[in-house]
Design a protein. Sequence first.
Lengths: 669, 440
Amino acid sequence: MSAAVNSRQYIIRFIFIGVASVILLRLFFLQNFESKYKIMANDIAIYKKVVYPPRGVIYDRKGKVMLSNTVIYDLMVTPRNMKGTDTAKFCAAMGLDLPGFLKIMKGISIRNIDVRQSTFMEQLSPEQTARFQENAFSFNGFELVERNIREYKNETAGITLGYIAEVSPEMLKQPRYLTYRQGDYAGRSGIELQYEEVLRGQRGVHFLERDKFNRPRDPYRRGALDTQEISGKSLELYMDAELQSYAEKLMANKVGSVVAIDPQTGGILAMVSSPCYDPNLLRGRERAKNYGKLYREATRPLFNRATQAMYPPGSTIKPMTGLVAMGVGAITPSFGLGCYGSYNYCSRSIACEHKDAGHASNFRHALAHSCNSYFCHIFRLTIDYKGFASTKQGLQKWHDYYIAFGFGRKTGIDLPFEKEGNLPDTTYYNKLYRGVWNSCTVVFVGMGQGELALTPLQMANSMCIIANKGFYYTPHFVKSIGKNANDTLLKPYREKHLVLNIADSSFNAVQQAMQDVVEAGTGVGAKIEGITVCAKTGTAENKAIVNGAVIKMADHSMFVAFAPRENPRIAIAVAVENAGFGATWAGPIASLLMEKFLKDSVTVKRKAIEDKMTKAHLINKYVYTIDSALRERDLRNYNARVLRKHLADSSSRYDDSVMVMRWMNRRFK
Amino acid sequence: MSSLGKSLFSRIDAVTILLYVMLVVIGMLAVFSVEHRSTDVTIFIANKNYMKQFVWFGYSLLLGLLILLTDSKFFASTAFLGYTIGVAVLILTIFIGVDVKGSHSWLGVGSFRFQPGEVCKIFTALALSKFLSLPETNFKTLKNRLVGVALSLGPAVIVLLQNETGLALVYFCFILVMYREGLPNAVLGVGIGIVALVLGTLLIERKLLFILLTVFALVVGWLLRSVLRRNMEARIVLIGGWLFCILFSQLAVPMAFQHGLKQHQIDRIYSMLGKEIPVEYNKGVADGDEKKTNASEYNVLQSKIAIGSGGLTGKGFLNGTSTKNQFVPEQNTDFIFTAIAEQFGFVGCLVLIGIYLSLMLRIIFVAERQRSDFTRVYAYCVASILFFHFAVNMSMTIGLAPVIGITLPFLSYGGSSLLSFSILIFILVRLDADRHAMIR
């Protein structure tokens, strides 16, 4: 072997090392200096999955579940794996016909590639779920996927609890919904909306690896980057589910509302806006359809009368009229008025129910008999009081008192869309009467008619003030958030609101008079054995516009009360629209509810009244007449909404297809 | 048998065996990392490729033991016979082979399939060793050199007929062996020159290349003007060389691309170069059509993404998002290297290439300590085959070479590949154990 040839082993070694070095050099640059590959690797292989935690559960004051979550199923399909599925059998099980089936499949094949799972049908009915599960083994490629939806346990308090629905494109533009994405659910009314941030919990984001076919696989980096979802916090309400459903039963087939508050805390024990609806209608697949139905209903079940309806309070305002009169010093409880069936001081006659002499000989008697003359007069005395520079200043003072009572402004209850009611002030009257008015012009306000309008919630709150002799807590539903009664959200409801400048003796006089209402006055039907009930009846005149003409409607039956007088535990306001005297309907209903709450059951003796109340059908025919006039306008609004929604939907579908196109471009580039 | 009185097993080269086992184990782990799912309850799943590879490794060791127990002279004495049989089977395959992905290079025996082209490398290596070690072979003569080239490239031609270009190219690695055994230096120079010329032709615009080549020839002529003036032969070489280069780049390459190569081969070559395919070479498209997507380019891109995203230290074992999720094509076989590069990054690659280089250098070391020419030539054959596979496979995953079906020895999944490389190694170890004997 020559030396020249022998040296070639080194050349060959050199070639080996050289080539390996070139490869290593290329690798070094590829792996350490070309960051684009890292970005691309993440881009193609990582799939961000959003996990929704269960929404918070809502309990009543006794720990009974009112609103929780339940599982329903979506039917998913992976077209690639469908081989061997008997289409006819499948259609029969799912209640589809063949063209319907093909239409869905065609839609899926346009939107998605066939190895990827797509939604075949959302939110199966229990029957469909059962029928599918029976034959699940033979339906290749189909799979049920769990989904949480809300479940209202007692079918009560629908309007209070509210409902959830997909966020709309308009909502997404608001800062409140900054963290929401299209397709997310959010509370749309009631407590579900008010406490959305609390109930919602926190979304979890899981990063999954996906394969070439976009199918999710293992957790990326074994879940190191994932954020865990946090369940929504539960809410404990003051509401008594039993009382609530009893109230709804009593209010069946009536238009009106009930608000019951615990005066010592401001916690709402029951809130009814009648007619009620089954809240389970407004969830799941049927929500949109049912919403449309309820929306078009003449009696407007979706309108929360308890916080939004503005009624003339009628005689139920008289205790407050008295309180203000005593507060400013215009009268003392012993002030009396001779009334012979009408009030004639203001160059017109205002009728009074009572003619017998002495029925208004002092405040106590006047209130017990609900003397219109007396209260019109003391209202005039109040605003014309010599301590004020003018009637206008007097009215403004009166206005201040009423504001302190919670009238003419939102009480601040933890429900959205609360209404202020209407509390006239000098500006209002100046505008209305072009500046020319006096105490006689506005005299009706003293007996709860005229321009004054209150929500049932405000009426119930005013009862709290009398029961507490001068203070109230803002009415609210939620007792504790996630077992924490001192959550910052609840801070405003822990603050005691004092009504100043009214002496305890005045409250005592009013309470005494209200006790007389039940024991010897207009509200004897509200008597509860063994309990001192203080109450005031009201029969509110009201008018409505029907086909352009103002007509006088049947009176609203009103009733406010609290009990027991010694240690008030419930304050209540009941309004039954166009039903007649307050003592006939609203009174017994309020009384039954108070008895139910205070004694846990209604005595056998009163079953007859209970039956009468439950069975009464008091929906005024005018409701439908008025509705027909408004219906055309509403239908127009509704159609516009449907159209808007449709447009929003179709634009979202467009987004979808754009996404698919982008994805495909990326894949096949 | 034991020339120094020591037992056979104390004479086998432990370093080679160790490096071999390391590579096979790394390969199995790589396949495992690609196929393992976090949902798997157990790792012993019979239909997963890493388990199959494990079984193949068992067979390989068994076969290795059998080889070690065979007399070393057996390999030399049956070399030509084996070569004859191998070539016969190779030819047979053209007719009775199974179609796999367009190539006709597989034989099916029951459920077992293998590529005769893969196994024939062993026979060729043995036959070449035998031929070069024959006492009557004088490798200085042109005739013997041509016989050597024919011996090595004969099977390549047949494999080419089976439509398996990658495998055929492997046989060119024997040129390196013959270079070691005395082919003129010029062979290497001309070889490198041709590769440079081909690359130049593809990369540089044709007219520009013409000018460059001419300028280069004139510069060389001016520098060597004294030599050229005296030496007629030198003048012929220079002018001939220039003429060859011009003809090659201006005529031969365009001819080959337009008529010789298939579209997918052109795709691969241009995707390796990272250039768009010139319209004149793009056969699949009529004028005005949209640009045809290059599937090969997609494969290389995915491979580069997997490797590049590994970074310095990698994503960690079992965390290879690209390799685990089927983005990289031919993941378990040709592109198994991407799994290591993605999960262990540059450090992992450094270690792997280090092991590889150690094995190849060890084999050359082993070759040079032989008493008999047969074993030395054979060892060089083994080293060259490994080197070729290693270099081409690695280069194609990082876009330095076109994607041709060349496996990474010991690491790539595949029974016949692992078996044939194991046989190569074990025969070498067996021969080396008798390094002090004369084997012919």
